[in-house]
Ligand binder design. Sequence first.
Ligand SMILES: [Mn+2]
Length: 523
Amino acid sequence: MKTGNSTTIATPQPVPIKANLADHERDLAALAERLDRRGQIIERVIESVRRFEVAVPSWAFGSGGTRFGRFPMAGEPRNLIEKMEDAAVVHRLTGGTPRVSLHIPWDEPDDPAALRQLAAEMGLGFDAVNSNTFQDQPGQRLSYKLGSFSHTDAAVRRQAIDHHLHVIEVGKALGAEAITVWLADGSNYPGQMSLRRSFDRVRDCLSEVYAALPAGWRLFTEHKPYEPAFYASVVQDWGSSLLLAQSLGDRAQCLVDLGHHLPNTNIELIVARLLGVGKLGGFHFNDSKYGDDDLTAGSIKPYALFLVFHELVQAERERLPGFKPAYMIDQSHNIKDPLEDMLQTVDQLQLAYAKAHLVDNDVLEVYQNSGDVVMAERILKDAFETDVRPLVAEARLRNGAALDPVAAFRASGYRARKVAERAAKAGHAPHVLNMTATPIPRSLALTLYGELDISVIDTKPLGRQPIITKIVSPNSMLSLIGVTLNGISNLNKTDSFFFFVQPMDKNKTVEKINNAYFMPGFR
Ligand SMILES: [Mn+2]
């Protein structure tokens, strides 16, 4: 029914576990009652959370690394299709990630149109495409060691521009509508580059890319203070990013990556500034303690994340001109299962977004205007400290997703299946045989996804004979049949039985030779 090298997509069915559903309903009713007493309508917030969407990055589904090393985990996706498969799981379980943000050339599709079609079948689309001139690719003619757009050599700059034009072409074929440009350009030592002219060169190159934007497209510039340039990054802060966006034109906006700030930077203030001039274009969510740590969103500074969302939700409610944020996740998962990390992140974003919707902005403004510092702060704290988990779970449930995405993911057995499939060398993937007694949807779902209820058989049946399981490649099939037939001729002398399930005519019945049963399988 399902084989290791088939392209069948097995995503977990987000069927809530019944015992949890009753608890959930009680928790939701309690929260609804509490909010109602405070004059807040839970329905409105639930419906807002249902509409919240964030894109997942193609590069975050495998284990990431630090400069010290990378610890691969079993079952990681081996190619872009498998990354899309994992992305579909995140969307199925959270109901909030219908798009993938691709990194070119890390995840460049061979056939973008075919990938777009496949993604659509998985219920996915594409968000902003990302360029990469921060490392040299195999076979690349000129090196970016000393910069790309800021390089003193016009030929290097030309190569970097051509790469961006190519990324736009790929994005067009995928149905994306934006390109994100993050440049590693900068210097490690004083004197290495002209601080002023390097910025001018970046702006000139970007204007050529900007001029090539298809209709309806936007260009996002992403700032970062340091790393890999340790003395002076060309686009080091939001001010530089804003200068670029303003000089390029209306369709150029700034992208804020939460990890791209020095410690203690007030990021919500930066968000407010960019919102105020219609230049907040996109977001890269993650969390950090010290630098560009790429940790799970909300894992270190959940209050800061809430305060960022407070600015974003205000802009949304006020329908601020130019406010059409491309929410994206940019993380690197070093020690967690990348899928679980992603599910935690989306959950944290949904929670922060929901809490920001609980802020009564009118009352807040009254306190701000009357100079009541304590009450103004309490408005924010009250929203932040409200346990909105039942509300977010309800939004997911209504979107056909999971009450608790991580729990549902663990119950699904998805990773275990992928470990079996993806660990195999190409051409030697074990064929997985799913057996079900009654071919009704419920049993089939149970067999395929293993997610309704789980029966664990931990004791072998009495008198069970040893079973030999062997994986044989199709090339050795003939010799297998030879060995098998040899063995069968001896079967009548022993207590052994042999079952051979094979693709064959359904009308055929079970054949028996000695103690060997040849069972008809699916064609
Ligand atoms: Mn980023």
